[in-house]
Design a protein around this ligand. Sequence first.
Ligand SMILES: [Zn+2]
Length: 256
Amino acid sequence: MAQVPVRPSGLPPGMSLPPGMSLPQGPGGPPMQIQVNPALQALLDSLPTKDVPFTLQQQPIANSQPPQSNTLVVCPVHKQSTCEICSVDFTPLNYMHQFLRSAPSEAIPPPPQVQPPAQRAEAIKAAKEQGNAAFKNQNFPMAIQHYSRSADMALSRPPWELAAVSRDETAIALCNRSAAFAFAGAWANALADAEAVVTLKRPWTKGHFRKSRALVGLGRLEEARDALIDGLQFEPNDKELNAFLKEIDEKLASEE
Ligand SMILES: [Zn+2]
């Protein structure tokens, strides 16, 4: 049986290390000491414990290149993860170990002051450009798909990256998608995207323009006019907004 008679420092009672295995080393040599809350330690010491014998087994991962293996905790006699004779079940422990090993690197924040990898920004931009290409070809359903992908990637940036970057990328993708929805005649979707853009980047005139455009599509001219006025307070001389305001005012005058 793999038993270590003396409990190595830092291990909770009832746990022992198999031969040849050691605790992580601190920088410069001595094993890392785990700070223990004395009250918690006293509580743990008061609990009945028994040493569970185990050993580690290497299990090759099929088709891995270069060959890799998983380390499994198994019973020392029968080398089983679940063993009725030894009355042990290491399956949850092994499962958790595999899970932590296979967790994407994104689950672990990088050290501070590290620039995020450029790949995500490039992928978000590439999806947007594919959307623009489809838009130019008037393939609006395809454009909508690409813009959705771009927005999804921007929104799934890990929380430790700059929020402003994600916000800008999302606003651009949704603004373009709003235009694609508008050209496809899906005015309600166009309005929903435009409102999201205005919420994300209120001073950006494009969002107000898309919102107004969608409202005209829905036949809500007064609200469309309000949306333009809202945008013009940030850029009073914006040509696109002013031209569209003139157009809406003419429509409203002709309706009276
Ligand atoms: Zn066994």
